[in-house]
Design a protein. Structure first.
Length: 299
């Protein structure tokens, strides 16, 4: 217990400091005494102050679910639109404030079928002088998907939110050879409580509606650009860039001599697929040598 308390004094985010523990004598108290101390108002006031000082005060969200919707016509196929919304990396190109969107699991071994992704979205309401930048972290899961027609992302942890995006042929698309799609976005969330309380839920909701319109506008541009460059196949080709293995990246003595050659490179997608398989097998982030060995299997 004492060693644990000492380790907490390093100032890590989300941890209780040993000074707080020592002040209450928790490391010296019996379980009954500790429980009695934890029931005192002073104890919880100290805990709250510690959370503020350590900057990890739990974020609260409004009880009422807010819902938003919008749609846009796009000069791209349903296949292209669906592929973009099904790719967490692509979402960062048109979802305002989405800085992190990293796939963490897949349906089977298909890296094109993302199941869950770790996300972080930054939201600034009004001026930075009057409101703090909101950092909204969450894990999103594909709870529903219909190939080329619909995908439903929903958070399972952190910021409570979700998005249902459906795709259909645009009404004015008379020419069957011309690719035009209507994308409909339904977004729902629980607004950050403190922000909604300070600025008013209506004002925050109107701002979110503007972000939704911005998202759809950016998505239309991205989707049409991808379509003009060759569609999904071209997008996947661009994503499969070469990863060059610099000096000292690959350790010696692991039977990976071919990767020590000058300008040695591997396929980015192949490397990601191998890393995913190794991660599933060993339950941790794999070493480069393990990934390269996995890529050599079957050759």
């Amino acid at each position: 217990m004492l060693r644990h308390a000492e380790s907490l004094d390093t100032g890590r985010r989300g941890e209780v400091s040993s000074s707080t523990v020592d002040d209450y004598g928790i490391d010296r108290s019996t379980p009954a005494e500790t429980r009695k101390q934890q029931m005192s108002p002073e104890f919880w006031e100290s805990q709250e102050q510690m959370r503020v000082e350590k900057n990890f005060k739990p974020k609260k969200y409004a009880d009422v679910l807010s819902e938003f919707e919008g749609e846009v016509d796009i000069g791209a196929s349903q296949e292209t639109c669906y592929a973009l919304w099904n790719d967490p990396g692509a979402l960062r190109r048109f979802v305002p404030g989405l800085e992190v969107a990293k796939a963490t699991s897949f349906f089977g071994n298909d890296l094109k079928a993302v199941k869950t992704a770790e996300c972080e979205l930054f939201y600034q309401f009004g001026s930075a002088r009057t409101n703090e930048l909101e950092s909204l972290r969450f894990i999103m899961c594909a709870v529903e998907h219909e190939t080329h027609k619909k995908i439903h992302w929903q958070s399972t942890d952190g910021f409570p939110c979700g998005a249902v995006v459906s795709f259909s042929s645009a009404p004015e698309n008379k020419n069957e050879t011309e690719k035009k799609t209507t994308a409909r976005l339904e977004f729902y969330c629980h607004l950050p409580y403190d922000l909604a309380l300070k600025e008013g839920a209506m004002r925050v909701s109107l701002d979110v509606e503007e972000r939704l319109a911005e998202c759809l506008s950016k998505f239309a541009v991205v989707a049409q650009t991808v379509e003009e460059k060759g569609g999904v196949s071209a997008m996947q080709s661009d994503a499969d860039a070469k990863v060059y293995l610099g000096e000292n990246v690959v350790p010696c003595g692991f039977g990976l001599d071919e990767f020590h050659e000058a300008d040695a490179s591997v396929s980015k997608i192949a490397m990601e697929q191998a890393a995913f398989l190794v991660r599933q097998r060993v339950g941790r982030t794999p070493f480069t040598s393990e990934v390269l060995k996995e890529m050599r299997k079957g050759k």
